[in-house]
Design a protein around this ligand. Structure first.
Ligand code: ADP
Length: 227
């Protein structure tokens, strides 16, 4: 669940990156966030992750009021989110297995659970053959699937993907979004930022268009993959 009420974010009290924004995303939704460079998309993501605190307004994510949340509760809050970035952010000297297992180890999961859970998720992402590989041995699309596996392994109620197809070949971009759609069909809320309008047109669904820190469109786009 996401609820932004009258949210503004100014950097150095000069640039208004987010301007009196109101937005609600219900559990189980799939939402595309689009807009030109500099529109404020990354700033919105930073507010949702509580990397930034709004200058004014309230930000609620997965039951946490991010303006009031105590510092010590932030790690617990962050575990309710799986996050995927454009640049994958994998750990280069760890195998695929360990990159995914790492997300579980920091939550004190048992060795037995890790041994069972990581192969299950790798299998789901079509990476069962790659468990022992290192990130540099994989294609961009494969690396992004590892990042997705890592985001999913804790079974978070929400995935936030910031330009997840930005460093992936066009054909593989569709594969990444198809995976995100499948994850969403299993009940996970997905918020995906993209500047690739072809992808949005192809898949369709709720699309929020941002310009100059404001929502200029919020509605359904047709899509071609239905039926
Ligand atoms: P997008 O992700 O849509 O490209 P951003 O959220 O990165 O947009 O940027 C929105 C506006 O805020 C832009 O005008 C950008 O220059 C400005 N901005 C982004 N980050 C900072 C920062 N750390 N300090 C000052 N201005 C920033």
């Amino acid at each position: 669940m996401i609820e932004l009420v009258d949210v503004s974010l100014k950097y150095d009290n000069e640039t208004t990156a987010v301007d009196h924004l109101n937005l609600k995303v219900d559990p189980g939704e799939f939402v595309f966030v689009v807009g030109p460079s500099g529109a404020g998309k990354s700033s919105i993501i930073k507010l949702l992750l509580r990397e930034r605190i709004p200058t004014s307004g309230t930000v609620k994510v997965n039951g946490y009021d991010l303006k009031r949340i105590k510092k010590r509760a932030i790690p617990k809050f962050r575990r309710t989110l799986g996050v995927v970035f454009q640049d994958f952010r994998l750990i280069p000297n760890m195998t695929v297995f360990d990159n995914v297992a790492f997300a579980l180890r920091v939550t004190d999961a048992s060795a037995k659970y890790i041994k069972q859970r990581v192969p299950y998720i790798l299998d789901l992402m079509g990476l069962q053959e790659k468990a022992k590989r290192y990130p540099h041995e994989l294609s961009g699309g494969e690396q992004q699937r590892v990042a997705l596996a890592r985001a999913l392994v804790n079974d978070p109620p929400m995935i936030i993907a910031d330009e997840p197809t930005g460093n992936v070949d066009p054909e593989l971009s569709y594969e990444i979004v198809t995976l995100l759609k499948k994850i969403n069909e299993c009940g996970t809320t997905v918020v995906m930022v993209t500047h690739e309008h072809e992808i949005v047109r192809y898949f369709g669904g709720r699309t929020i268009s941002i310009e100059q820190g404001r929502i200029v469109f919020d509605g359904q786009i047709g899509g071609h993959d239905e039926g």
